[in-house]
Write a protein that binds this ligand. Sequence first.
Ligand SMILES: *[C@@H]1O[C@H](CO)[C@@H](O)[C@H](O)[C@H]1NC(C)=O
Ligand SMILES: *[C@@H]1O[C@H](CO)[C@@H](O)[C@H](O)[C@H]1NC(C)=O
Ligand SMILES: *[C@@H]1O[C@H](CO)[C@@H](O)[C@H](O)[C@H]1NC(C)=O
Ligand SMILES: *[C@@H]1O[C@H](CO)[C@@H](O)[C@H](O)[C@H]1NC(C)=O
Ligand SMILES: *[C@@H]1O[C@H](CO)[C@@H](O)[C@H](O)[C@H]1NC(C)=O
Ligand SMILES: *[C@@H]1O[C@H](CO)[C@@H](O)[C@H](O)[C@H]1NC(C)=O
Ligand SMILES: *[C@@H]1O[C@H](CO)[C@@H](O)[C@H](O)[C@H]1NC(C)=O
Ligand SMILES: *[C@@H]1O[C@H](CO)[C@@H](O)[C@H](O)[C@H]1NC(C)=O
Ligand SMILES: *[C@@H]1O[C@H](CO)[C@@H](O)[C@H](O)[C@H]1NC(C)=O
Ligand SMILES: *[C@@H]1O[C@H](CO)[C@@H](O)[C@H](O)[C@H]1NC(C)=O
Length: 872
Amino acid sequence: MSTTRLLHLALLSGLLPWSWASSPAETLHPRDDEAFSPPYYPAPAGGWLSDWADAYEKAYRVVSNMTLAEKVNLTTGTGMFMGPCAGQTGSALRFGIPNLCLHDSPLGIRNSDHNTAFPPGVTVGATFDKDLMYQRGVELGEEARGKGVNVLLGPVVGPTFRKPRGGRNWEGFGADPSLQAIGGSLTIKGMQSTGAIACLKHFIGNEQEMHRESSVITQGYSSNIDDRTLHEIYLWPFAEGVRAGTGSVMMAYNDVNRSTCSQNSLLINGILKDELGFQGFVVTDWLAQLGGVSSALAGLDMSMPGDGAIPLLGDSYWGSELSRSVLNGTVPMERLNDMVTRIVATWYQMGQDQDYPLPNFSSNTLDETGPLYPGALISPTGVVNQYVNVQGDHNITAHAIARDAITLLKNNNHTLPLSTSDSLHIFGTDAGPNSNGLNSCTDQGCDNGVLTMGWGSGTSRLPYLVTPQEAIANLSSNAQFYITDTFPSVTPNSSDIALVFINADSGENYITVESNPGDRTTADLYAWHNGDDLVTAAAAKYSRVVVIIHTVGPLILESWIDLPSVQAVLIAHLPGQEAGYSLTDVLFGTYSPSGHLPYTIPYQESDYPSSVGLLDQVFGQIQDPFTETLYIDYRHFLNANITPRYPFGHGLSYTTFTYSAPVLTTITPLDTAYPPARATKGSTPSYPTTLPNPSEVAWPSTLTRIWRYLYPYLDDPSSITSNSTTASYPYPSGYSTTPKPAPRAGGAQGGNPALWDIAFSVQVTITNTGNYSGRAVAQLYVELPSSDVLGVDTPAKQLRQFEKTGTLTPGESQTVELNVTRKDLSIWDVVVQDWKVPVDGDGVTFWVGEGLGDLRVECAVGGTCAVVDSVS
Ligand SMILES: *[C@@H]1O[C@H](CO)[C@@H](O)[C@H](O)[C@H]1NC(C)=O
Ligand SMILES: *[C@@H]1O[C@H](CO)[C@@H](O)[C@H](O)[C@H]1NC(C)=O
Ligand SMILES: *[C@@H]1O[C@H](CO)[C@@H](O)[C@H](O)[C@H]1NC(C)=O
Ligand SMILES: *[C@@H]1O[C@H](CO)[C@@H](O)[C@H](O)[C@H]1NC(C)=O
Ligand SMILES: *[C@@H]1O[C@H](CO)[C@@H](O)[C@H](O)[C@H]1NC(C)=O
Ligand SMILES: *[C@@H]1O[C@H](CO)[C@@H](O)[C@H](O)[C@H]1NC(C)=O
Ligand SMILES: *[C@@H]1O[C@H](CO)[C@@H](O)[C@H](O)[C@H]1NC(C)=O
Ligand SMILES: *[C@@H]1O[C@H](CO)[C@@H](O)[C@H](O)[C@H]1NC(C)=O
Ligand SMILES: *[C@@H]1O[C@H](CO)[C@@H](O)[C@H](O)[C@H]1NC(C)=O
Ligand SMILES: *[C@@H]1O[C@H](CO)[C@@H](O)[C@H](O)[C@H]1NC(C)=O
């Protein structure tokens, strides 16, 4: 959500003619050019899968008894700043359904108190630890539930680091679809185990921040993505999240193929609901809705925060306009019933009918009392914050993630770990506190002190923060601090060790930090605050320099990485509230570093494909063709034969590991190129299609109206007549009410369940052969056969599975098992519209190792399985 844009628009709204807001353009496919999103109608109804049968049955009983006003209430937000949460629906209290609270963020409860500020997705990805991924999800869900948040707006699996400078990459788990898929689905399972509804976002192609949004004054960019690239890269983690049972999916701001995501019928009706079998509800990103009838027909189920083109006017594309469009026969009753059934079924599916708390916090203020509806100029007041402490012992997980993500890039001469008696000179404001105070910048929109997260809606307040400075000061007997980004005049002894802290920030587009409007436009891929100069200056004076980097994503390190005195480099990613002691755990050797890079670090920015740069233009719509297709991040570096500075998956330890005794086992034979035929679709709830009585949306005489609040009611509903021919409404081209045949790639949540048959498993024994305890990360990369087998080129290697060992003491071994599914070996066949494997896995090679530059095992299907020399 963008507060700045809101204020901006609220200001503008006084200046613009009213008609701009009330006659939105409802164009589905603004330009019929080469990038065109084909129509897909009608919206498939939910409820045809057995996993959701009970919830749909309960929802059916309720929805069949609902009035039009109750139905519309649940689909539409009550308006920006019209309640405690980032958004809330209207209620249907006759059935015990309250205003549903939808609230940020993917790393903790935003704009609240007594919450945990977990490390964000990129840090979680760097742990390569499935248990921590799941556990963080559980604890996020517990905090959401404890505060009364029904729908927690996360996890993020898009953007996916296509653009290294993209502002919100850090909210997701890394630059690889399988890493995103595993991180996202475990987060969902954890969150929803507590009853909180997850919201998987942003669907889809939101790879840069600048110009993402369409509004009355500008048009968001169009991500023009071909079908195969969509399936194999960007859709992959969404499919896994749907398979994990996510209750909701958020549509991105941008267009795909010139059709805006929140009303793109192919994306919502076709891909999400039919092919992926999504049973929950689809919600807009905040203010991303651009049309009323069009979005309803295209499959949207919920409008957030409910406002129309210009927020805070009491105007909506839905709300009373949805009531009208149903009464006038334009939006079919089936569509409205399906929207509401999906929302109510999701509420039942997570058990929210059983004692789920109401919101007991306000994201609008930290005061105990305040206006209940700050968006209304005159609002009743009351207690809005109960300051419920939801932190539990979640600092343990937050700390473990921050620690186990720390990625050791280089460590010459065993400079690390340090001893607490070493003479340490610490440089850089990134070691210290925010000089203006903890949480002094709204939504963390500044880079001041240790960087714990990026900025924007994907943040939360820090309940406390132990800085690296404090943690080092407490543990080291011999530390001197120079919390400055300008190298001071010091005369070190030869035994002094310099620790230099630098960082790189980015965030969401509604805040600009140091001339970076979300994306790293000005900072480029360099450290902020002249961090590179600080390292170089320290390296000129000290013979031993350790660099600690807090960063949102890849950085160019070339100005100093090879200087002889730069002995060790750690990427501590974005550590959240536990920044200090998670770092000292590793610096002083209580733990070996065990994080691995969730993206590639190149020698120079020009090593990326030219098509992944940021796009900016003043007039017209930006077209962003994904011409690099599958070849983003390491897929590109392998394909273009460009050696990176540090490859994807890289991460050293204080100890060493050997891999031995690899075994490849066939589990489910892949005896056909395509998966077996899907099951036929089950039935869906069927309601009477007769139009409701218009009186159901007449203003209740008892209602105390709140100014600009969004209601389902109309002034004179009985005057609305339905035109049964409906010929008077210009339906989008391709509009139809005849259901499409069920897509062959579908069949269950996520797609045809046979895609998740385990085809092969690789077992390998990992032994700690060094002198420290530590954890290894076995990463499995798939190499598919050449194009004459599958008919298409594929990336040389693709991460498909990983397992992290427990803490192995010196000499200790553990055998890990890496399972590979049919889908993991498939390409998307655009002609057949299904997933295709090389039959029997012929020609497939599995590689297992500690990173793409450190592969230890090679197993060829039908051939040998052997330990190989580490290729670096
Ligand atoms: C976008 O257009 C490409 C062709 O240019 C097509 O392959 C793809 O399926 C389209 N995707 C969507 C979601 O419209
Ligand atoms: C509507 O509610 C009544 C009782 O309130 C219940 O008996 C009936 O089963 C409900 N309708 C449906 C279709 O379940
Ligand atoms: C719709 O929701 C509002 C609260 O947002 C509530 O005041 C109103 O009573 C609800 N309408 C119905 C018919 O339940
Ligand atoms: C029905 O109402 C909707 C919402 O106001 C409007 O967009 C649509 O044009 C109307 N349809 C007809 C046939 O008047
Ligand atoms: C606030 O949270 C507490 C603890 O989770 C819960 O018991 C209480 O019901 C909530 N408050 C409200 C108003 O629901
Ligand atoms: C978590 O916080 C508690 C106090 O609230 C503290 O005793 C404990 O040491 C902390 N644990 C970690 C791992 O930081
Ligand atoms: C390791 O340290 C020795 C001196 O202690 C130094 O001569 C050598 O250059 C160092 N090696 C590296 C790779 O920095
Ligand atoms: C540092 O140690 C002191 C004394 O043991 C303690 O009071 C303080 O809380 C510690 N600081 C942090 C940040 O843990
Ligand atoms: C229904 O629409 C048709 C075609 O636009 C029009 O001729 C007819 O007058 C409309 N009927 C009503 C009752 O509005
Ligand atoms: C791998 O799959 C088998 C089923 O074939 C299952 O029993 C096992 O638990 C899986 N292993 C892991 C590590 O998930």
